[in-house]
Design a protein around this ligand. Sequence first.
Ligand SMILES: [Zn+2]
Length: 321
Amino acid sequence: MEFLWQEGHTAHATAEEAEAETLRMLNVYADFCEQELAIPVVKGRKTDKEKFAGAAATYTIESLMHDGKALQSGTSHNFGDGFAKAFGIQYTGEDNELHYVHQTSWGMTTRLIGAIIMVHGDDAGLKLPPRIAPVQAVIIPIAQHKEGVIEKAEELTNLLSKKFRVKLDSSDKSPGWKFSEYEMKGVPVRIEIGPKDIENNQAVLVSRTTREKLFVSLDNIEEEVERLLVRVQQEMLDAALKNREEKTSVALSYDEFKEIVENKGGFVKAMWCGDTECENKIKEDTSATSRCMPFEQEQLSDKCVCCGKPAKKMVYWGKAY
Ligand SMILES: [Zn+2]
């Protein structure tokens, strides 16, 4: 029941500095998710009901899992000076007077490991983004009992391990078994090398995303592996983005909203009047919660999807983990 997390706290002289730091960290987290983990996120602000108790504002990045459920992937809070006033946290300003600080707090947890599994995995097993994969490429010798094959595979391993996280598997298991095993473990690139390849001064690269086979010359194999790792990383982000787009719907009426949450899942974009009452009703009726009020607002209609009163914000809704 335990999890690990990373958390930071800062204290600032002004409200503006605290707000800027809160948003800066949200962007650090968003970039980390998208660039390193290949998980696209929606950036936005939590409603008062969903924000951190006592915070002036909570910002969040929300991602969508393959099964259509939302996952809060990181949060950044602007505490304002509320906690400083409650606990007497002060600093001496340039005016030589005591002032209350403005605080921020932000964090991410190991639940992101779950997100990597649930966003990218497929029926063959894990799919790890190259930038974080513990093994980026596995080298599998073919017909390794034949003369020179193991030696060449070892030579290739030594060369590539200067630049990449590589592993040589020269165990007694059959190549087919090894292929499936490393697919299941999510290794982004497989490199096959056998007697015929050695004869042709080549190796075979296979991507975990497309399973396409590339025959590449051993003379520039470092560049080829690099290029393929970059491509796999991009393909994983593109696929996750496509999945999120396919599972994001717009609801203009409450019937439509309920129908989507029940039968399709995913994110539902809908207008909201700003009242907690409507949020509560939506949660009660559908078990979907407001994920965030995205920074990128759209005017879908001028009425709240729940009560029909004038709408203030477009909100992403969804069932969450
Ligand atoms: Zn309403």
